[in-house]
Every structure is written in C-alpha cells, then in structure tokens.
Write a protein that binds this ligand. Structure first.
Ligand code: ZN
Length: 334
C-alpha cells in the first residue's frame, strides 16, 4: 500500500533536491496545450488569451479581464491598499509574509482579488475579479474583506455586482480565518440581494474549494468559461483519496452545465456582450442621488433643525403655528 508522506522534513528534503536538479526548459505559456499553435504576446492579448485555432482558454489575469470588460472607458480600482496580515506567523517552507510579498512582486497585484468600478458596454457595475496567479487565487481575510466591501459599495450605489472567480479555495496559511471568509462573503452577498441588486458570477478555471462552496455558487446568473474546472475537490485529490479513476470531464464547466450548476458556458471573447445584456435586463437603477447628497435620516434631521431655528427667530409666533412649520422652510418669510 502506498502511504502518502506529507511531513515537513520530507518536503524540506524535496526542496533541497530541487536546487540541484538541472533546470527544466520552461513551457512556453503562449503555446496552446490543446492544438500546439503558437502565438505572439500581441496576438494573445488581442484575442483575450483564447486560442483562435481551437478556442482553448488560457489563464487570464485580473487586470486583463478588467481591461476587456471595461473597454476604452477604463476602470477605477477600489481599496488597492489592503494587504494580508500574518496572524498565525505561518511557516511551511517559507514564511507566509515572504510568500505574499513574492506573489506581489511576481504579479503586480496586492491580493488575489481586484475590485473596481466600471461600465460594461455602458452598463455601470462594481466588479470583483480574482487572479489565480496570486497564491493560487486563494481566499484569505483580504479577499473576503474586499468582496464584502464590494457588496456594500454596490448596495450603497444601487449597482449590480460582477464577480469573476479563479481560485484553489481557502488560503491555508491563514487557517480558520480564511475559512471564516466563506461565511462572511455569503452574508455580504445576502445583504446585496436584500438591496435588490443582481450578482453575475463568471467561473474561470479553476474554481474550487471554499470559493466554489461559498460566494461563487450564489450568483443570480452564473456563467462559466469553456473547460473550467468547477468542483469542491479537484480530481487529483479525489483520486488520491478514493483510489478510483475519475471521468476525464469530471468537474468541467460543460458537465456542470449539464448538472444544472451553471447557467451557460460562454466564450471569454463574448463575455462583455453577454454580461451587458443581462445587466440591461436585471439592473433597475434606483433614483440616482448626487454624490454626497444627504440620506433620508440626515435630511429629516436638517429639516427639523431648520424648523427649530426658524421658530426661535420669530418669538411672537404662536405655538400652534410653530408646530406647522414644515421641513425645508428657512423662516425668512419667503
Ligand atoms: Zn489551440
């Protein structure tokens, strides 16, 4: 019987051995793994990182996705300064804080999610886009916090929320704090539902673990990119646990569509058009208030304050008349 050894000592030995292993020729990230076509960086960018020959979807970064969704109108990032803390002082082969810093240096992202305000083909929305390149798109406290803020922001501004997921699940380096983000994100989405704003989720490869088991499966409309793995546990973990071979299409977007977990499998190149169409149907903007305008409570308080000042400035006025001064009357007799 094969026993799985995951001891830290063994991992250290493997890491040590890796240093003396001859460097492997790096796989070119612009070669299509399905049809072996090769593309220049410019071709890849122009085609939104989808193989023009066979339609294979390469991984896409959060910034590229925002550029594609927003188009020439651009997007404004929200809360870019949030960074992960390391409350457990977690260390595996490397300190968690070092790992997070390395991820930031490699990806240019502060975390595994980027939130922004944008318009998709003229339809305003708040977007929360995950990026698998940052520590496997794992959900820690910052991902949960940004997602909750995005929900509050969308509710406050009467805007729909657009989420793109690409994640291995909860961030193990943050332990139970990462798992708590599942509950936090679900509550945040519930608040947005109470505010009457729709949520569109796009599941990109891979969407697994705690992300799939929480907010990723809660969209009012759920799209998936072709070939994306959408599952709680990946096939490798299940095969190792059950020692059974799984079907090759296990957890794939197309099968999840058949299972009813997904509303449609949509090519990334058509995604902005599809999203804008759904936003046009679902989104009913509430009466727009100019930014900084007083809310109903503040308005009422100010009105009452004005009425009281007006009453004080006219001492001869009878009590009965003062009671009838309406909010908004400045007491100047006009
Ligand atoms: Zn291809």
């Amino acid at each position: 019987m094969n026993r799985v050894n995951v001891s830290i000592d063994r991992l250290r030995q493997l890491a040590h051995r890796a240093e003396h292993r001859p460097a492997r020729i790096p796989a070119d990230e612009r070669s299509c793994p399905r049809c072996e076509s090769h593309y220049s960086a410019e071709e890849m960018r122009r085609n939104f990182r989808v193989c023009p020959a066979c339609g294979h979807h390469f991984p896409a970064g959060a910034h590229d996705r925002l550029d594609q969704l927003a188009g020439p109108g651009g997007w404004t990032e929200l809360w870019p300064g949030l960074r992960a803390a390391d409350p457990l002082g977690f260390y595996d082969l490397k300190a968690y804080s070092d790992r997070a810093q390395d991820a930031e240096a490699q990806t240019g992202l502060g975390e595994a999610i980027v939130c922004a305000e944008l318009e998709v083909r003229g339809r305003p929305a708040v977007a929360a886009i995950m990026d698998f390149a940052f520590m496997g798109g794992s959900m820690g406290a910052v991902v949960g916090e940004k997602l909750a803020r995005a929900c509050d922001h969308a509710a406050g501004r009467a805007l729909p929320l657009l989420i793109v997921t690409a994640s291995g699940g909860a961030r193990m380096q943050e332990g139970v704090l990462a798992l708590m983000q599942m509950a936090k994100s679900v509550i945040a989405l519930d608040g947005l539902a109470e505010a009457g704003q729709p949520v569109i989720v796009v599941l990109a490869h891979p969407t697994t673990g705690g992300v799939w088991a929480s907010f990723a499966s809660l969209g009012d409309v759920i799209y998936a990119e072709p070939g994306a793995l959408i599952a709680f546990s990946g096939p490798r973990v299940i095969e190792q646990t059950t020692r059974e071979k799984l079907a090759p299409d296990f957890g794939k977007a197309e099968l999840q569509l058949h299972n009813g977990q997904v509303d449609a499998v949509v090519d990334r190149r058509e995604m902005p058009e599809r999203i804008a169409r759904v936003l046009g149907i679902l989104h009913r903007p509430q009466r727009q208030q100019p930014p900084g305008a007083p809310g109903p409570v503040q308005w009422a308080q100010e009105g009452a304050g004005r009425a009281a000042r007006a009453a004080q400035s006219i001492p001869g006025l009878s009590r009965r008349l003062v009671d009838r001064i309406r909010p908004g009357h400045d007491g100047d007799g006009s």
